[in-house]
Design a protein around this ligand. Structure first.
Ligand code: FAD
Ligand code: SIN
Length: 521
């Protein structure tokens, strides 16, 4: 199949859908998602979306909190524009039908999370993402200009490289003409041509063994741009969420929202001792990198597998009303959090870096934009402030749409692009070659490129990654393509980028902590 659209949107989370809704007023849109459209990381967001709504909060306070979290690596101009546009973007989500919790007065009920100096997180109980995803999808459905292709997997971006022209890192005018897309159900590879492409492919948590991210978070967008010779940055800054539910064997790990600590939950060792004040005056509500490292250090000292989050001293009824999903989940494994402490461990949660984009979400490849978790806008710097991610996606998808609507009519399709060439490939009947390497990759990254790093560990990781890279590329070249081999290849690509960039950073900053360079330079 060969199809043409004005706009190709790869991803159906908040970044992809909010962009699609805006550009669909001006041209034809195709949205592709590799699973059902509702299955995204967006859907699992619990805490909420940060925005300045009422005094005593101000843009300046939110800007300051974001800059502090980013450990001086955030771009101040980007932070300012994101925060000052926050109120408008949240109002738009509300106009599209998102229902955030309100108080009796009609004012939005704002929560507080680690690193925030004010109550500013809009939420829908503890399932905010699901509510946003529902509202956006209901706007998309039946939109006359939008075609939604579920269970379609983007393999690679189409550039001049596919016209047999040389494209390398020095090529200044790499152009994107669309993407090659695998229909997972029929195993056919389609050529989708577009004037404008938006990557909204989300995160890469599955690079690690323990992650809060859904199965689909395999860094595909970042890997595609890297292969197409676009610029990727800040990949060393992987955020580990301090509190995922300790429930061995469950993947992804179920998140215990930071809002529970905002509500008064306290971290304790298995002996029942509070420990966070040893590490930071803000205690259990210190920024995530500090809390995750503190937990890792306590686990190392005690030899335990988890610490506890204690909420048993809090108002039982209010807790259940505020956190019904977490209450039900804990009960399902025999824990009543109003009476018992919740066992928690850190888990890979968020990628702060990614595809480098400018203030209109333009990547370094022409006609290609990126938004949401796959993009690196400069907002998060070395560490993301809680609940700034949904906000970033809404702001940058809006900005991308403003620019794309201006330029798309002057951007031509490239009709000469050939279809995907599968000649010489055969069915790989040994799935173990993929599943085993997938596990191996996750162990390498967890053990050597995790919360605490060192030169020696990073070097070990790199040596091992090179080996599985070579084996997987050989297999990829010979195989009839499946989503499994493609995701594995992408994960190895992003793991390499995380490790290489971590090796190049000769300091500890934000989420990147090295025992060889324990200080900020
Ligand atoms: P996603 O919502 O992940 O969507 C990615 C889309 O890309 C999917 O449709 C997927 O199918 C598609 N895709 C990916 N690769 C391909 C491919 N190769 N081909 C085709 N389609 C592809 N952030 C906050 O701000 N507040 C929170 O409270 C919060 N809580 C969180 C809780 C959890 C458990 C998790 C995991 C994350 C949380 N985050 C939170 C982070 C936030 O949810 C994500 O960063 C954000 O939702 C990412 O949105 P997105 O649109 O970029 O990507
Ligand atoms: C949480 O609810 O703790 C997650 C919030 C976030 O990742 O921003």
């Amino acid at each position: 199949m060969r199809k043409k659209f004005d706009f190709l949107v790869i991803g159906s989370g908040i970044a992809g859908l909010s962009f699609a809704l805006k550009v669909a007023e001006h041209g034809t849109v195709c949205i592709i998602s590799k699973e059902k459209a509702e299955e995204t990381a967006t859907r699992y967001a619990q805490g909420g979306i940060a925005a300045v709504m009422y005094s005593p909060d101000t843009y300046e306070k939110h800007i300051r909190d974001t800059m502090i979290a980013g450990d001086e690596l955030s771009n101040p101009d980007i932070v300012r524009l994101t925060i000052t546009e926050s109120t408008e973007r949240v109002k738009e989500l509300i106009e599209w039908g998102t229902q955030f919790d309100q108080q009796d007065s009609g004012k939005y009920d704002l929560a507080r999370e680690g690193g925030h100096s004010e109550y500013r997180v809009l939420h829908h109980k503890d399932s905010t993402g699901q509510e946003i995803q529902r509202a956006l999808l209901s706007q998309i459905q039946n939109h006359p200009n939008i075609e939604l292709l579920e269970n379609h997997f983007s393999l690679d971006l189409i550039t001049q490289h596919h016209l047999n022209m040389e494209v390398n890192k020095q090529t200044k005018d790499v152009k994107c003409f669309g993407a090659y897309v695998l229909d997972i159900k029929t195993n056919k590879i389609h050529t989708i041509l577009s004037r404008i492409t938006l990557l909204a492919t989300g995160g890469l948590g599955n690079t690690y063994s323990t992650t809060t991210n859904p199965k689909l978070a395999t860094g595909d967008g970042v890997a595609m741009v890297y292969r197409a010779k676009g610029v990727i940055e800040n990949m060393e800054f992987i955020q580990f969420h301090p509190t995922s539910l300790y429930n061995p064997g469950e993947t992804p790990s179920f998140l215990i929202t930071e809002a529970m600590r905002g509500f008064g939950g306290i971290l304790k060792t298995q002996k029942g001792e509070k420990f966070m004040n040893k590490y930071d005056a803000r205690g259990s509500l210190a920024p995530r990198d500090i809390v995750a490292r503190a937990i890792a250090s306590e686990l190392k000292l005690s030899g335990d597998d988890y610490v506890y989050l204690d909420c048993t001293h809090l108002d039982k009824n209010k807790l259940i009303v505020e956190f019904p999903t977490i209450y039900a989940k804990c009960l399902s494994i025999g824990i009543d959090f109003t009476k018992e402490m919740i066992p928690v461990v850190p888990a890979a949660h968020y990628s702060c870096g990614g595809i480098k984009v400018d203030e209109y979400s333009r990547s370094t490849i022409q006609n290609l934009y990126a938004s949401g978790e796959c993009a690196s806008t400069g907002l998060h710097g070395a560490n993301r402030l809680a609940s700034n991610s949904l906000l970033e996606a809404a702001v940058f998808s809006h900005r991308a749409s403003v620019d794309a609507i201006k330029v798309f009519k002057n951007t031509n399709f490239c009709n000469e692009i050939p279809d995907w060439d599968s000649s010489g490939t055969v069915l790989n009947e040994e799935l173990v070659l993929i599943t085993q390497t997938y596990r191996e990759l996750q162990l390498i990254m967890t053990n050597y490129v995790g919360i605490v790093r060192s030169n020696l560990r990073l070097q070990r990781a790199l040596t091992r990654l090179k080996l599985i890279y070579k084996e997987t590329e050989d297999l990829f070249d010979k195989s009839i393509l499946t989503i499994q081999i493609c995701e594995l290849r992408n994960l190895i690509n992003v793991a390499y980028l995380i490790t290489k960039m971590a090796m190049n950073r000769k300091e500890s900053r934000g989420l990147h902590y090295s025992i060889d360079y324990p200080k900020n330079s």
